[in-house]
Design a protein around this ligand. Sequence first.
Ligand SMILES: CC(C)(COP(=O)(O)OP(=O)(O)OC[C@H]1O[C@@H](n2cnc3c(N)ncnc32)[C@H](O)[C@@H]1OP(=O)(O)O)[C@@H](O)C(=O)NCCC(=O)NCCS
Length: 189
Amino acid sequence: MRYFRRFRMEFNFSEHEVPDPELPPGYRFVAWKPEDLDRHAVTKFACFRNELDSQVFPSLATLDGCRRLMLEIASQRTFLPPATWLICRVGEGSNPEPIDCGTIQGLANGRDAGSIQNVGVCPDHRGSGLGRALVLQSLIGFQAAGLRRVFLEATAENAPAVELYRSVGFRLIRTTFRQVPDQSPTASD
Ligand SMILES: CC(C)(COP(=O)(O)OP(=O)(O)OC[C@H]1O[C@@H](n2cnc3c(N)ncnc32)[C@H](O)[C@@H]1OP(=O)(O)O)[C@@H](O)C(=O)NCCC(=O)NCCS
């Protein structure tokens, strides 16, 4: 077995203002549409396939796993479209098709609390503020839905994610451990 330390973090709207997200030139947000479910799954796979969290959650290591996960998230009664976004890079020149490069999903867990699922930015697009923009855009959606607090979990060793959440205003409320069977990855897609 492998044990991963996980941070449960909370954002409280009464403690922080949510600034408007800023996207670098050439990027835009795409609001949730049911027909975009597969775009989220494919983007999720591209973001997580070689990352620490695909060891913690093996479904993130395969395209099939990401498709199942997206279907599971989007079919929950608590699924929250206003907190669910893609970021795409607008097509240009001889490549007019937009390229999806970031994804985030939200659930409304209780009467006043929500949770963020699986924030991801594709490797070639990291370090330009897209991760922060996704989290802020999602928080605005949670707030518009009347929720007061938003929770998420991050693997403690995942410094980019933990620092991103801290920098936005999430605070650590609990440390947990996730136990994962020790086996070599089977991902091939
Ligand atoms: C975590 C992740 C979403 C960050 O996306 P990103 O677009 O690169 O992040 P941003 O450019 O918006 O950075 C925002 C802040 O995050 C933190 N951060 C981002 N990359 C970092 C790094 N490599 N090391 C430390 N902190 C980092 C910084 O605080 C940064 O603020 P700054 O630019 O003012 O220093 C991205 O690395 C990713 O998709 N990782 C793989 C999937 C994953 O693990 N997701 C998290 C699941 S909980």
